[in-house]
Structure formats: C-alpha cells, structure tokens
Write a protein that binds this ligand. Structure first.
Ligand code: NDP
Length: 420
C-alpha cells in the first residue's frame, strides 16, 4: 500500500530525498513538504508533479516550535516524518512525533543552535568530562527518548544519511557476512569534487564548519581520545579519485558504533580536505568568523558563523559547477574462520551524474538517497521496531540492496591498503 511521508526542510539534502521519493512513487504515494520557506517546497512540487505520480502538498512550518509540527501532523496524518531540516530541530520534531503517534527519521544527531543555553551547557560540560569528547553534538539527547518511543510502539531511525547512515549499515553488513570478529573500523570520506570557488562548503556551512573546526577524536578500547583539530593527517589513494590528504575528525557514528559494537577495538573517521580549504578555514577561525556566540555590532546581534553562511555560496548552487567523484566507505579488519581479514566497502559517486539526475551535487545526493531508503524501510515496516535506533541496529541486507537499486552501488575490496 502506498505511503504518505512528511518531509521537513527543503534544502540541498531534502531536494534529493524528495526527487528520490518521487521516483519511488509506488511506495511514496503522497508527500507533504513542509519547511520554513514554503516557496522552496512549492517550486519543487511544481517541478516534480509534472514527472511523478506522487501527490505533493506543501506547507509552511517553523520546526523549532513542536506545537506547529504537531498541528501539521494532525492535519495531514503522515505515516512518518523525515526530518531534513537542521540538527537544531531534532528534539522538537521528535516531541511532535511522540505526541501524534508518528514514526521519526533523520540524518544528523541533535546539536543546539544556542550553545550558551545554561541548561544545555551544564549537561554538555558533564558529558565532556565523563566521556572525553567535546563536540557540540552527541546521541545522548535522542537516546533519552528511547523509553518513550518504545512505550508508544514507535520507531525513531537516527542518522540515515551517508555518514552517518550508510557507513553504519556497512558495519552491520561486514559483521553479518564477512567477520566473526571486527577489530578496527576506519571510516573514510573522500570528496574529490572541484566546484571552482576558492572556498565553499558542500552542505549547510554552519553545520559543516562547526564540525570540521572542532577537535578530532576517535575511540580506542571503549574510550574516547581527543586530539587538536586536523592534527592527525594521512594520505590515501582512493579508487575513482586518486591520492588525497585526509584528516581525523570526530564523527557521530563513532559514538553509536562504539556503543553497539563494543568488541571493536578502534574506530576512527577521516575526511579529505584540500590545502586551500584548510587555509581559508584557519584564517576565518583566526579572525573570529567561525564564532557561534552572538556579538553586538552597531546595536545588532550577529552570530559570526551565521553571517559567514550568508556570504558563502549556497551549497545547493554548487551542483552545475562541481566535477569529480566522491569515494566514501569503511575499512574493516578482524577475523573470519580463524584467519585475519580486511575489506573496504565503499561507494563511488560522480558529481555531474548526480546533477544530471536530480539537479544536485554528490554530497547532497549521497545523503538524500539514504534518507529516502531509511524512510522507505520504516514506512514499509521492514525496519520497524519500537524504540530509538541508529542504522547499524537493523538487518543491513534490504538497505544494501536498496543502495544498489536507488543510485549508490557499493563494492567490496578484499585486502585494501590499510590506514596507518
Ligand atoms: P540546508 O541548509 O540546505 O537545508 C536545511 C533546510 O531546513 C532549509 O530548507 C531550511 O529552511 C530548513 N529549516 C531550517 N530551520 C528550520 C525550521 N526551524 N523550521 C523548518 N525548516 C527549517 O541543509 P542541508 O540540506 O545541507 O542539510 C540537511 C540536514 O542533513 C542537516 O541536518 C545536515 O546536518 C544533514 N546532513 C547529513 C549528512 C549525513 O551524511 N548524515 C551529510 C550532510 C548533511 P530555509 O530554506 O528557510 O533556510
């Protein structure tokens, strides 16, 4: 039976997910597109209703206000809500889903917009002290909803983008089919794309710059080890892309995999960056433009990183200009049938192919496709159980099959070059 999905947010990632839902109109019979700026939803609805059987309605919503989301869910009665707004709205949307008995899906874990909020800060400082990593985002806020979702018989699927999302499905798949025991996981995110601008970010600049300018961290023997930003550097030769410099970052799937696969001895995450990107970022940081707290400028309150976002190219505008490929995946080492084994499971995605298909570059594409797949599996009851889960906590096989079908085919390389 066809499903009705509400998508909140209408930016780069949502644009791809909505295209993909419309290609999959047998499952997604109806979409409710709701965002802060309704005109973006209207434009997409006009374009897609010409080429898809999926019925689309559009609404304005401020998802910072749970009661607005709740009222909209009551009015339109979706089978699930796919949150593709910002991590700032995760909790309000989860509240609205609980209040209305609706399943919840997102691609990024909760992070507060206002990091000066005393209640948040107190808990944040306790967590930094207790766990040993200082990123502004962590799963604890959403894992706190576990009991309420379980008791209500609802599913919350957290982080179904590429990383997190597909990378954790790769981990579950490796565990199920390739290893008796996984010892290490290295998640590699390589973007070999070139957009021709001196400096731009591939997804929301505020969220992206917050993430990459923060200290790096990884997990070893169940404990977090934090290091200064960009202080661990490696070079890797990526299939389809070539040699790239990559740097160790903190990333949210390390936390979930560390909890759900405690037998893994070390989990790290690396992302590639060119020298020009790093030099621009360091300079912006040095002059205070990455600041997340409001300053007073001639009587106006301005948050530097939000002002910077207004100056930078809109990630959605990079599609036509970006050429090259991404290669994202996980290297696993461990044991099978008493023998040491290592594999790299990865996807290569071409920026221009994505643009031709859905009008967007590969970063939004590699996130939007898994968002559609997560929503499809939850609404079809294939990934449905009461509680709050990340993507490594379900059977990976239907998800892996869907990746091949919906535009993100993956490969398994035996004996890959390992990262020192
Ligand atoms: P964009 O900034 O392009 O889009 C965000 C959208 O959310 C915009 O349409 C924006 O509205 C809307 N929005 C913001 N605040 C509100 C609000 N209060 N109420 C309703 N709508 C709101 O971001 P991206 O598409 O790049 O990213 C979307 C999400 O995907 C983020 O959470 C990001 O962290 C995540 N992501 C996950 C990845 C993964 O691999 N797991 C990778 C990349 C991104 P408006 O148009 O008015 O600005």
């Amino acid at each position: 039976m066809g499903k009705r999905l509400m998508v909140i947010g209408c930016g780069g990632v949502a644009g791809v997910a909505i295209h993909k839902c419309c290609q999959n109109s047998e499952v997604f019979e109806e979409l409710i597109l709701a965002s802060r700026t309704k005109s973006k939803c209207d434009r997409l609805a006009e374009e897609l209703t010409k080429v898809s059987k999926t019925k689309i309605i559009t609404r304005q919503v401020d998802a910072d206000d749970a009661s607005q989301v709740e009222a909209l869910i009551k009015e339109t009665r979706p089978d699930a809500v796919l949150n593709l707004a910002l991590p700032y709205q995760d909790l309000t949307i989860m509240d609205a889903c609980l209040a209305t008995g609706t399943d919840y899906i997102d691609t990024a874990n909760y992070e507060p917009e206002d990091i000066t909020d005393p209640a948040w800060k107190k808990r944040y400082e306790e967590r930094c002290e207790k766990l040993g990593f200082s990123a502004y985002f962590d799963y604890s806020w959403q894992w706190d909803y576990e009991e309420r979702f379980r008791e209500a018989g609802l599913t919350a699927l957290l982080g179904t983008g590429f990383d997190p999302g597909v990378t954790s499905v790769f981990a579950a798949y490796a565990k199920k089919h390739y290893f008796d025991r996984i010892d290490t996981i290295d998640i590699l995110d390589c973007n070999g794309g070139d957009h021709g601008y001196p400096f731009a970010t591939n997804f929301n600049p505020e969220i992206n710059l917050r993430e990459v300018s923060a200290p790096g961290s990884y997990m070893e023997d169940g404990k977090w080890i934090e290091v200064p930003a960009m202080s661990i550097h490696r070079e890797y030769d990526f299939a389809g892309v070539g040699k790239k410099d990559m740097y160790l970052l903190h990333h949210e799937e390390i936390e979930a995999l560390g909890r759900n696969m405690p037998e893994v001895k070390r989990i790290r995450f690396f992302m590639t960056f060119g020298q020009s990107y790093l030099t621009h970022m360091k300079c912006l940081e040095n002059v205070g433009m990455l600041g997340t707290e409001a300053i007073d400028y001639e009587g106006h309150k301005i948050v530097p990183i939000q002002f910077l976002k207004a100056l930078l190219p809109d990630p959605a505008s990079l599609g036509p200009r970006t050429v090259g490929k991404t290669n994202i995946g996980c290297i696993f080492t461990g044991e099978k049938d008493g023998k040491q084994r290592s594999i790299y499971i990865y996807n290569v995605c071409d920026h221009q192919e994505c643009y031709k298909e859905v009008g967007s570059q590969a970063i939004s594409y590699t996130t939007g496709v898994p968002a559609m797949i997560g929503a499809m599996l939850v609404t079809q009851g294939i990934w449905k159980k009461p509680g709050v889960f990340t993507t490594d906590e379900f059977d990976p096989d239907p998800y892996m099959e869907a990746l091949n079908k919906w535009g993100l085919p993956w490969q398994v390389e035996e004996d890959p070059t390992l990262v020192p």
